[in-house]
Structure formats: C-alpha cells, structure tokens
Design a binder for this molecule. Structure first.
Ligand SMILES: C[S@@+](CC[C@H](N)C(=O)[O-])C[C@H]1O[C@@H](n2cnc3c(N)ncnc32)[C@H](O)[C@@H]1O
Length: 262
C-alpha cells in the first residue's frame, strides 16, 4: 500500500480582528482546510469562513482549563499533518510576531512535515492604522521597536534607548504590567511627559483608543479598566492618534512635556 504523505501545515496570520484585514491567501486556505487549529484572539467572523466540514480545534485559554502547552500544540499539528489532513494553524496578528510561530515551524521541520508561513497584519500595524497613529513620521519618529511586556522576564529585559524623543516603542501584552513598564522607562531616562496611546480591541467594533502621558500610564490602565488585548504605544507619534485624552489638561501638560524633552 502506498505510504501516506504528510499534508502541509500552514501557519496563518489572522490579523488583529477585522476580517477585512485577512490576506486573500489566508482566506483561501481557511476555506480549504480540513482542520483549523486556532487560538483565542481569532475572531468568530474569521472562524466562520472555514468549511462546514472542517474540524475547528481551539487551543485557547479557557476559564475552566489552562491553554494547551506549546509542546502539545506542536505535537497536534504534526499528528494531523502525518494523518494527511491539511492544517491551518490560525493565529492572531502575524504568526512570527510574539506568536510562537517559530517553535511550531521547527516542530514541523523536525518531523518532516512541510510547513508554510502566511503573514498577517500584526496588532501594532492594524491598531495604528485604525487609530491614525503613524508608527514612524519624519517629524516625530525614525525608529520603531516591538517589545513583549508580560511579567515573565520584564525586569531582565534591556529596553534602554528604545523609547524617547524620535523613537516609537510598541508594547504587546503590557496591560497587567503597565505601572512597572512606565517605571522602567522613566528610570531609563524617558520623559514622564512623553505621550502614550493605549489601543484596546484594535480594529474590532469595540475598539477604544486612550491617550495620556507616560507618568499616568499605570493609573490610567486601572482607572479606565483597560482589558487585554491591548497595545501600548510610547512616543511622540501618539500625539497624532484619533484618541480620547484621559488625563485632565492633557494638551497643556503635553506642551510642557514637549519643552521638557526637546
Ligand atoms: C500573544 S500576542 C500575539 C501577537 C500577534 N501575533 C500579533 O502579531 O499581533 C497577544 C498580544 O497582542 C496584542 N494584540 C493582539 N490583538 C490585538 C488587538 N486586536 N488589539 C490590541 N492588541 C492586540 C495584545 O497586546 C495581546 O496581549
């Protein structure tokens, strides 16, 4: 009997939420897949694009159980592909930006399973576009950096020089550690008066864009009950965003700040 050839695993970026931000390739692969293995940030409208015959497997964190460990997800992808089923591994944003796509790719390669990567619009790009916040601007920023702000390892990360005048720092997964992040940046010499934008549920119908100054970031996240998924953008470019200014006298304070850090 002919040996079953492994099917391809497609690591597909689903973008930040709005289905219109999917690539044409992602939409086609989702519609054709035998199995869609997805995480929690993928919106219901996008999952609805799968074939009615397709199996949908969630590996998201749920209230009643922890998320599947990464090794379990890797093994599942390999096992499905070895059984000859075409697999779309659907991830929020882009698979290679804080998405563990690299680990899943390696697991497939090791098992001799063909793997292809389909890029998606990462949260930073999608949120910035929706809020009209240019991540670079000739008058305001000539560099942009993406960092992960979750608790684990935050204090070990060296962010010095990544934020400040003329630079944009985009922080993923930073809601729970917003106060520590602000303290860390200010201790590194970033002006407490630099503008900060926080974009919650970016590109979705319930998106919120809030703006304040770095010194107020931690308090603001608590005051406004900001919830994940949210992105924090630190830098002069935040001043361009279509945002709700949540600090009393924001404009006056920002002008003082501009003098302070110019
Ligand atoms: C595990 S990371 C995945 C990032 C994803 N691979 C990407 O490229 O956007 C999850 C974090 O991405 C950010 N994020 C994802 N989708 C978002 C959205 N629609 N609005 C705001 N932030 C989002 C949040 O910081 C969230 O905690």
């Amino acid at each position: 009997m002919a040996e079953q050839l492994p099917a391809t695993v497609f690591l597909v970026g689903a973008g930040p939420g709005d289905p219109e931000l999917l690539t044409l390739r992602a939409a086609r692969l989702i519609a054709q897949a035998d199995v869609v293995v997805h995480d929690g940030l993928v919106s219901a409208e996008i999952l609805a694009m799968a074939s009615p015959e397709a199996e949908l497997i969630s590996v998201a964190k749920q209230r009643s159980r922890h998320s599947m460990p990464q090794e379990g997800i890797n093994a599942l992808l390999v096992q499905l592909a070895l059984a000859g089923r075409s697999v779309v591994r659907l991830k929020g944003g882009d698979p290679f930006v804080f998405g563990r796509g690299g680990e899943e790719m390696e697991a497939c390669r090791k098992a001799g399973v063909p793997v292809e990567i389909v890029p998606g619009i990462s949260a930073a790009i999608g949120c910035a576009a929706q809020a009209q916040l240019p991540l670079t601007h000739r008058d305001a920023a000539s560099a942009v950096t993406f960092v992960a702000g979750q608790c684990k390892g935050l204090t070990d990360q060296d962010w010095s020089g990544l934020a400040g005048h003329g630079r944009t720092l985009v922080i993923y997964m930073g809601v729970a550690t917003a106060t520590d992040i602000a303290d860390k940046l200010i201790a590194d010499g970033v002006s407490p008066a630099i503008p900060v934008a926080v974009m919650e549920n970016g590109t979705r119908a319930n998106m919120r864009t809030l703006r304040t100054l770095l010194a107020d970031l931690g308090d603001m996240v608590v005051r406004e009950q900001v919830k994940s998924p949210a992105l924090i953008v630190v830098g002069d470019v935040a001043a361009y965003a279509l945002a709700q200014d949540v600090l009393a006298g924001f404009a006056a304070q920002m002008n003082n700040g501009a003098e302070m850090h110019s």
